[in-house]
Design a protein around this ligand. Structure first.
Ligand code: ADP
Ligand code: MG
Length: 696
């Protein structure tokens, strides 16, 4: 395989553009991509023509505006290139207008009541900064999605706006350092993606996985992840073949798939691409999730992207590695050899620390989902409490700044591994803390609270906007001051002093931290309904409005959509449990009880001397459990009916699912799982945890 040749071969990338576009057109398009300049219609027509010709060469017959509505998955509607030529034949055409703007029927996408269905008009607009690609006979054009009245209906538009705002404010700060040549500051993101692989046949036998992506019943297997023998373990042949196929797919779409390894839980794996500009990273992560699923299916496997497919073993997350890069090539989060003297770095660091402290709620909301509620705070993922990890060295620097003392940089020792042939490694100045939700890792921050299926736009919208806001505040203050260096030092010291409660370098999984965080007044928002309540707080509305990311109405809409999605997901889970219980579990247990009864009767018939005490015990136990199970089932059904009456107030409705329905479901599951352990495996209707987790 020739990887460089394969790489990006399905993408309308820079090389293709250079090759296919007339020079002035290429130049104009580049100006749009790099500097956000507006594109005129002649240029758009020329680009559309070249794109179509290229797409036809790639075997495409259709094009689609590919967008990211609030459903949580991407959306596409395919149109063919054909136009009747008047003589009963067709031509293949694609105009600049069709490239720039699409009009999907928007009425069926969630909008949180922004747009009544009778005025369903929405449109998609081409995002020229993210390259188009050819997939399965269709030209995919990344787009943003909005309503005709201008309200934003997707995740792409606010992301682009937040990037814009951050760039603007960062440039102002850099000007104070005399860096007038910086015209653009971009954020880079490298999302590490975790997932599970299970056998397709087993998946097909589980209605819970099919309908909800997670197992709603399932007794623990004798072996889980306790031996730690899976993490970084040698990769099984079938999985290796999958990963090789996946790499090929990802590379062909220009995704920089780089690192792959086994994760903590059996059947769990991770893939990480090399970082790239945020909006492209977002699009590529969406595409990556789709390719994970499709590639698995090709190989008789299913890729589970749910945050918690299996109770009792680690769930899956995503790590959002995030940094700031100028168009002159400078990473603004690089501390350098002497961070204590690096005012510019410290200023950006202070802005980030302040932002995380002041907008803990928004960061938490940006990763909130019904699935992720099972992970956060469960000692496998960071807690629901936001905090910043700086590492020992930076922490000491910050400390000395707060105290107004000189920082004495400790000599960093080389870590000797004690074996001649091994190189001596320089001690990492930013030791790792894998329990922190927001950790500094040398030249970037790693936001670790994301769930595996989240659209990474959401956390990055918040991250970019809060940092933009803090930088704006800093710039407003500093720009008017003569002795700016002195003012910077004071500002940095003041900021760290005011916000050092958000800095925590210890074990985020410990109970002590939860107590300590409460003493520090940090938020601990454990569930979606608890978190999103903070969405439309005054300070948050002000933040998004002043950075031109969301209007108040758009935020209220998102708040509604988040709550509604949450309730819908749990409702589907509850209904699935009810169906599984009635159609499969109760009949199966009864069948087993009957066979026990038959066995006992047969033994008795043979001779009353034969003991049937075991059968009797099991029959009694299971029969009693069946009654308890049926009672819990009724309770769940009744509560679901009650929920229907609460829909007028979305917050109450979602709260009811969190407090009542989830509790009912857990109670039902507990009995179901117990019965599984007591029932003969050939009677149990579903593949077991052991079979699924160790069956690939
Ligand atoms: P680890 O598991 O130790 O965190 P990985 O190699 O799995 O490391 O993933 C690290 C991720 O961070 C990769 O996606 C990588 O491209 C990304 N990354 C590295 N440097 C930067 C940076 N400056 N900005 C953003 N992301 C970065
Ligand atoms: Mg990581």
């Amino acid at each position: 395989m020739n990887v460089p040749e394969l790489f990006s071969s399905k993408v309308f990338n820079d090389d293709v553009m250079k090759d296919k576009l007339p020079k002035p057109v290429y130049k104009a398009l580049k100006a749009t991509i790099e500097n956000g300049e507006a594109l005129d219609s002649n240029i758009a027509n020329a680009v559309a023509h070249a794109m179509k010709e290229w797409a036809i060469d790639q075997g495409c017959t259709h094009y689609t505006h590919w967008f990211q509505p609030l459903t949580g998955v991407t959306a596409e509607k395919h149109d063919s290139f054909i136009t009747p030529d008047g003589d009963g034949k067709v031509m293949m055409t694609f105009s600049g207008k069709e490239l720039i703007k699409g009009e999907p029927d928007a009425s069926s996408f969630p909008s949180g009541g922004i747009r009544a269905t009778f005025e369903a008009r929405g449109y998609t607009a081409w995002d020229p900064t993210s390259p188009a690609f050819a997939k399965d006979g269709t030209l995919y054009i990344p787009t943003a999605f909005a309503s005709y009245t201008g309200e934003v209906l997707d995740k792409k538009t606010p992301l682009l706006r937040s990037m814009e705002s951050l760039s603007k404010q960062a440039i102002r700060i850099l000007k104070l350092f005399g860096k007038n040549d910086v015209t653009r500051v971009k954020t880079n993101v490298g999302p590490e993606q975790e997932y599970f692989l299970i056998d397709k046949a087993m998946y097909d036998a589980r209605p819970d996985l099919i309908y909800t992506g997670r197992t709603l019943f399932g007794a623990k297997a004798p072996k889980g992840q306790e031996l730690d023998d899976h993490y970084f373990g040698s990769i099984k042949t079938r999985v290796k073949e999958f990963m090789a196929e996946l790499d090929k797919e990802l590379w062909s779409y220009g995704i920089l798939a780089k690192t792959k390894h086994n994760e903590v839980a059996p059947s769990q794996h991770e893939i990480a691409p090399v970082f790239t500009i945020t909006n492209i990273a977002v699009d590529q992560n969406e595409l990556m999730m789709e390719l994970l699923k499709k590639t698995a299916e090709k190989m008789g496997l299913v890729c589970l992207l749910h945050e918690k497919p299996f109770a009792g073993v680690n769930g899956s997350g995503k790590h959002n590695n995030w940094s700031l890069l100028t168009n002159t090539g400078e990473n603004l989060l690089k501390p350098g050899k002497k961070p204590e003297d690096n005012l510019q770095f410290l200023l950006f660091l202070a802005a980030i620390v302040k932002g995380v402290d002041e907008y803990q709620d928004l960061l938490r909301i940006s990763v909130a989902s019904a699935g992720n509620d099972h992970r956060l705070g469960a000692n496998e993922a960071p807690p629901a409490i936001m905090s910043v990890f700086l590492g020992d060295q930076l922490d000491a620097v910050v400390h000395s700044i707060e105290e107004g003392e000189d920082y004495e940089s400790e000599k960093l020792d080389n870590m000797e591994l004690g074996v001649e042939v091994l190189p001596s490694l320089r001690m990492d100045t930013t030791d790792r803390n894998r329990t922190s939700p927001f950790a500094f890792t040398g030249n970037r921050f790693e936001f670790r609270s994301l769930g595996s299926s989240v659209n990474v736009a959401s956390p990055n919208i918040v991250l970019n906007t809060i940092v933009a806001e803090e930088l704006k505040e800093f710039a407003d203050h500093l720009e008017s001051i003569k002795d700016v260096k002195r003012a910077m030092k004071r500002l940095i010291a003041r900021t760290f002093k005011q916000h050092d409660r958000i800095i925590f370098n210890g074990d985020n999984y410990s109970k002590e931290w939860e107590d300590e965080a409460e003493r520090r007044g940090l938020l601990n928002l454990k569930t979606v309904p608890d978190a999103v309540k903070h969405y439309t707080e005054k300070k948050n509305v002000k933040l998004f409005k002043s950075n031109n990311v969301f209007t108040k109405g758009e935020m209220e809409a998102r708040y509604e959509v988040d709550l509604e999605n949450y309730a819908k997901i749990i409702k589907i889970e509850a209904l699935t449990m009810i169906e599984m219980s009635k159609k499969d579990i109760i009949p199966a247990v009864n069948e087993y009880v009957k066979s026990l009864t038959d066995t006992a009767l047969a033994k008795q018939e043979l001779s009353t001397d034969i003991p049937v005490i075991l059968e009797k015990r099991l029959i009694t136990d299971l029969s009693e459990k069946l009654v308890e199970f049926a009672d819990k089932l009724t309770e769940l059904e009744n509560d679901l009916e009650k929920a229907d009456g609460l829909q007028k107030n979305m917050q109450n409705y979602a709260d009811f699912f969190k407090d009542v329905i989830l509790t009912d479901m857990n109670a039902l599951r507990e009995i179901g799982d117990y019965m599984e352990t007591q029932t003969g495996s050939e009677y149990w209707p579903y593949p077991s945890y052991g079979e699924m987790l160790f069956g690939v």
